[in-house]
Design a protein. Sequence first.
Length: 134
Amino acid sequence: MSQISLENRLAIYELIARYSHNVDNYRAQEWADLFLVDGKMTGIPEPLLGRQAFVGQCEKLKAGPTEYRHSITNIYLEPDSTNEKAVARAYGLVSDWATNPPCLSIFVEYGFNVVKQSDGWRIAELVIYPPYGI
């Protein structure tokens, strides 16, 4: 069991939930603000680095032909997580609601490396582990 308080554990779960809602509703700045200023997303064809890259990615998604919905489930914290740093592992189902009927677009595993800041938890790095090479 990780050495992390229930309050911090719940704050991390809330952070991950806000991740999905913000990107799926194209709230670009709110999505970017979930990350550290130099936060990054790796494991994707074009990694993102820095909040402005997240804003740009969200704007691309909004302009594109898809309408993604992220469902992040089975969240657990790695045993060495603390009240200052944590690694959350999760599964992700990404469906596309622009199709009729909506369809599963991809299934991935997530690794959220998060840190506690004075104003709350932020994502330092999000690692995406696709089940196959993209």
